[in-house]
Every structure is written in structure tokens, then in C-alpha cells.
Design a protein around this ligand. Structure first.
Ligand SMILES: Nc1ncnc2c1ncn2[C@@H]1O[C@H](COP(=O)(O)OP(=O)(O)OP(=O)(O)O)[C@@H](O)[C@H]1O
Length: 554
């Protein structure tokens, strides 16, 4: 199973009434590690029932649930292990809190796990401090307010260091101050790398907060996607009794009236929309504030997904940045990566810190930069790129201008240039051999570029170059079919990703029977993997530097 998937449900059925009705009705879904996932849907659509299955409190009558790639078991020791890693904070804290004192309450789970008393005590003290429970720690739990009970129920779970926290409507019955406090805690959880699943009916909050929205309807997932995809689907919202987030509604109506350009990244919150509006007279696109134009200081921000493999980083991301810097020697170059998981891995494993986009923007602001030229090394205009723009634009008030270079594959000319760069790199490819490129693939609509590019390869005379993706279409299945009709003497495999990292080393060239290498091998071909990321091709680096150069017009 894909190691990015932390939780997977496969055709779950659950009935509370002997199969007269099904609260989970063939539910299948996958949750990616480190994501913030909002579970939404009408009352009674099965969200809480699913959550109870995730922690083994309910056992589905049929279907399978996987945690970290392993099927969930229901023996006592399996459940204990599962509950130490998947914690649930119930909607009503009174269903969760059962000890007399706050300290006892928070200690219960961790002691049950067999953690020695001294260590457990320290962990409990840490969480009490972290969640600001100290002022009411000596009160009996029954005497706490609703908000304080919620803090303690989160502490109950947090003290176990779970991989997943499930929050069932955490803001229900809280006043605005406590809602803000709980939201703040939730934000910190995701920064620690915990996967957060949250049921909520608050469309405005989910739209701003979530990485992904899971829309439940009658015990199944009706739709899953980014907040923009899900909340942009009026039909799905209507079916599940949800409304469009106010900020999206307002943005669309301003676009319809021609006041804002629809090409702007969708604003996720009112603050971003407000800054769009405040810039209308200056520059309806990305322009900045009317600050003094003397002493302008430009900088380049090179944004990559990132990699935890130093070998490939050196010859891809580092090499691209070096060429960008060489093209603009007078501008300082800053780096940011968009994969929080990789950033965390580097920090934990190698004590290396790489900035997120927001951190890099803050750094530039501190350094007195006034104009930021952002050049992504992303291959397509997908989710990563949209989120990167959003993060950068949340700092638009701090800069005179923020401008964005295009990802690698944006215009028709880019496709032709990329094809040329690949053809140059594989100029020794023989007619009876095929080159199979492995792209990443995405659920975003921009995924169609992969199939389009595969088509263009053929159109430009490279009938033996094929492009597929690990996560979307064209898939391995399609590639096997196409390549079978070509009958090559050899299959050469190469990543169509900037770096030759995990996907290239494992999904493409690994020994696992699911890898592309093994699948082509067992289909009877001679296979040669080439572990070279796109960033190693000089033609590709040139395209990215050229995209950056287009920004520097003033
Ligand atoms: N303990 C129970 N006994 C019997 N039926 C139940 C029980 N809990 C839930 N149900 C039923 O299962 C279905 C799914 O309910 P569930 O609570 O999972 O939905 P939900 O999406 O979490 O709803 P809400 O948004 O109201 O919290 C509903 O028809 C509900 O009536």
C-alpha cells in the first residue's frame, strides 16, 4: 500500500439494527498522512459511525479498515495498539471524561498503555502546560466549563502521542473565545505532523482549514477533494444540505461583475479577499501596496516540493537554484519547500531546516525585501502550486509586489520545450526500445496535461516515448497496454518528476512486485531504470530559468 496513506477504508458496512438500515453503506476512502481532513455531510450521514469504527469502538459487519497499511484487528491487544495511535475527541466531553480529577483523567490512557508512572507523570504535566490547563487543573472534572472539558478531552488524546486525532465537531457548544482556542490547538496539531480528521458543519471554517474535504452522503463518500473542488460543486453541496462558503460566494460574485479577475487564486479567507479588493485600483492582478518605490529590493523565491534524498537534491533542486541565481546574480535567492512531511523528516533525521513558503516570506520581510519573484519548480499547475500561491499571497500586504513564474508545463511552448529536453537527454534511445516516463499524477483537473503530453510526444515523432503517472491517469495499466502493442526489445524507465526521490527509487525502480520495474519485468520485458530527476536535464533547468526571467520585466 502507498506509504503516504495512513488510513484506508474498503467497502465498510455497518448497521445498528441488524441490517435493516446501514449507517455505513459500502464506505471506501483513503486518508493521506499529515493531512487536515474535514468530514462534512448532513446529519446522520455516517461521520460519527465511521469515526467509531476508526478507533475500533464499533466493528463493521463487513469491509476492511487499514491503519498504516495493516488491517485493523479486534483482539484486545490490537485495539489497545490502535487506540494508542488513533485518538478520538467526542462531540460531548461528558461521553469521554470519567475520572474525578483532571490529572487522573489525562493520566488514564497513558498508564493503560503501560508507560512507567514517572514518565507518564511528566507527559501529563507537559500536556497540561501545553494546552493551558494549569489554571483549572485542580478542579474536579464535573465542575469544568464546556470549553475546559474540551481542552481536557483533547489532552486525554494528545498525551498518547497519536498519529491521528479525530475531532467530532470540536467547536459544538463553545463560545467564540473557546472556539478560537480549540482552532488554535488544532492548528498546532497539524504542525506537529498529526493527521487530523474533523467532523464539522461549519463550511466557512472547513473551507479555510482543510487540505481535503470528505463529503458524506447516506453512509458513503459522495465526493472527496480539495476545499475548492468540493465547495465549487453546487450539486454535491445541495445533496448534502451544505452551503457555499461566504468568502467563495462573495469572490465569485465580484468576478462575475468584472471587479476581480477569476484567474486570481481562490481566496480561502476574508483577509485574502479583502486584500484583493484593496488592490483593485492599483493592479487588479497581483500588484501590491502603494508603498514608497525607492529602495526597492528584489529577491527570488525558488519553491520546490522538496526531497529527503540528499543525492538527488544536489543535482536537481540545488542545480536549478544555482542556475536561477546565475541568471540574476544581484537578487538574493531564497528557498522554500511545500512538503511539510519532507521538511519535518529532514528536521528530525538530519537536523536540517528548510523554510515553508510562509516562513520564507517572513524571512524576506525581515530582510527588507520589497519585491518577490516566485519561481516554482513544480511540474504542473496543480494543488501544490495553488496552495503555494495562497500561502505567498497571505503576505501581500508586506511587499510591494509578489509575482509568480509558471510551473514547468504551462504553455503549449513549454510542452514542446520539455519534449525537446527529454529527446536530447535520451538521444541514444533506439527505435526498438521504449522510454517510459513516470509522472506523479493528481486528482486536480490539471492532471490531463500528462495524457496530452504523451499524445504530443507521438505527434512530434517520438512514438516510443510514453508518459504515465503513479497516482492518476495514464496509469500503469494503460502503459502496459500501449507498450504491448509496440513490442519493444527493452523498456527504459525514468522519472518525470523534478527529483529522483522516493517515487523514483521505490515505485518506479524498486523490487516490490508493485513497482513499475517489477511489473514490466514480469510482463516479459528487459527493463533499465534511469534514476535521474528532470532537474538534472539542462533543457529542463533552462525552461524554469526562462519562466523566472519573464517575471523580471520592471
Ligand atoms: N447508537 C445508535 N443506535 C442506532 N442508530 C444510530 C446510533 N448512532 C447513530 N445511529 C444512526 O446511524 C446513522 C448515522 O449516524 P451518525 O451519527 O454516524 O451520523 P453523522 O454523520 O455523524 O451525523 P451528525 O452530523 O448528526 O453528527 C443515522 O441514521 C443515525 O440515526
Amino acid at each position: 500500500m502507498n506509504p503516504d496513506i495512513i488510513l484506508k477504508a474498503d467497502e465498510l458496512y455497518f448497521s445498528y439494527d441488524d441490517n435493516n438500515s446501514h449507517s455505513l453503506n459500502g464506505l471506501s476512502l483513503e486518508i493521506r498522512r499529515g493531512q487536515k481532513v474535514a468530514f462534512m455531510g448532513a446529519n446522520g450521514s455516517g461521520k460519527s459511525t465511521f469515526f467509531l469504527c476508526c478507533t475500533g469502538i464499533l466493528k463493521p459487519q463487513s469491509g476492511k479498515l487499514y491503519f498504516n497499511g495493516e488491517e485493523v484487528g479486534y483482539k484486545k491487544k490490537d485495539l489497545l495498539k490502535l487506540r494508542s495511535k488513533v485518538g478520538i475527541v467526542f462531540q460531548d466531553p461528558d461521553n469521554q471524561l470519567f475520572s474525578a480529577s483532571v490529572f487522573q483523567e489525562i493520566s488514564f490512557g497513558i498508564l493503560n498503555l503501560g508507560v512507567p508512572e514517572e514518565q507518564a507523570k511528566k507527559e501529563v504535566e507537559d500536556v497540561i502546560e501545553y494546552l493551558e490547563i494549569t489554571p483549572f487543573r485542580h478542579k474536579p472534572t464535573h465542575a469544568l466549563s464546556g470549553g475546559q472539558k474540551k481542552q481536557v478531552s483533547i489532552a486525554d488524546i494528545l498525551v498518547m502521542h497519536p498519529d491521528i486525532i479525530i475531532l467530532d465537531e470540536p467547536a459544538a457548544a463553545l463560545d467564540p473565545r473557546h472556539t478560537t482556542m480549540v482552532n488554535h490547538i488544532v492548528e498546532q496539531l497539524t504542525e506537529q505532523g498529526i493527521t487530523v480528521l474533523m467532523a464539522t458543519h461549519d463550511v466557512n471554517y472547513a473551507y479555510e482549514w482543510a487540505d481535503e474535504v470528505m463529503l458524506f452522503h447516506e453512509g458513503k463518500v459522495l465526493m472527496q477533494g480539495t476545499p475548492a473542488q468540493v465547495f465549487g460543486n453546487r450539486g454535491a453541496l445541495k445533496k448534502t444540505n451544505l452551503e457555499t462558503p461566504a468568502v467563495l460566494e462573495l469572490f465569485e460574485s465580484l468576478c462575475k461583475k468584472g471587479i476581480l479577475k477569476a484567474s486570481l487564486p481562490l481566496p480561502r479567507n476574508l483577509k485574502t479577499l479583502e486584500t484583493y479588493i484593496s488592490d483593485i485600483n492599483l493592479n487588479p492582478h497581483y500588484g501590491g501596496n502603494n508603498i514608497v518605490t525607492e529602495n526597492r529590493k528584489k529577491a527570488i523565491l525558488a519553491v520546490s516540493f522538496g526531497t529527503s534524498h540528499h543525492d538527488t537534491c544536489k543535482v536537481t533542486i540545488d542545480a536549478i537554484e544555482k542556475e536561477m541565481q546565475a541568471a540574476f546574480p544581484d537578487y538574493p535567492l531564497y528557498r522554500a519547500w511545500t512538503s511539510k512531511m519532507i521538511i519535518r523528516k529532514l528536521k528530525d533525521r538530519d537536523q536540517i531546516h528548510v523554510n515553508t513558503v510562509k516562513e520564507a516570506m517572513e524571512q524576506m520581510r525581515r530582510d527588507g525585501i520589497t519585491d518577490v519573484l516566485i519561481q516554482p519548480t513544480h511540474v504542473i499547475n496543480g494543488i501544490e502550486n495553488d496552495l503555494m500561491k495562497e500561502d505567498a499571497l497571505s503576505y501581500r500586504e508586506d511587499f510591494h509586489s509578489i509575482s509568480f513564474g509558471d510551473p514547468l508545463l504551462t504553455s503549449e511552448q513549454d510542452s514542446l520545450d520539455v519534449i525537446q529536453a527529454i529527446a536530447d537527454e535520451f538521444s541514444s534511445l533506439k527505435k526498438d526500445q521504449v522510454l517510459v516516463l513516470m509522472g506523479h499524477g493528481t486528482t486536480h483537473f490539471s492532471n490531463s496535461i500528462y495524457a496530452a503530453l504523451d499524445y504530443t510526444f507521438k505527434d512530434k515523432g517520438y512514438s516510443n516515448i510514453f508518459l504515465g503517472t503513479v497516482e492518476a491517469y495514464p496509469s500503469m495499466e494503460t502503459l502496459l497496454k500501449m507498450i504491448r502493442s509496440y513490442q519493444p526489445s527493452k523498456v527504459i524507465l525514468a522519472p518525470f518528476m523534478i527529483v529522483a526521490g522516493d517515487h523514483a527509487k521505490n515505485d518506479m525502480a524498486g523490487d516490490d512486485p508493485e513497482s513499475w520495474y517489477s511489473q514490466f519485468k514480469s510482463a516479459g520485458y528487459e527493463v533499465e531504470p534511469v534514476l535521474k530527476g528532470l532537474g538534472e536535464y539542462s533543457g529542463i533547468r533552462k525552461i524554469l530559468v526562462e519562466h523566472l526571467s519573464r517575471l523580471d520585466v520592471q
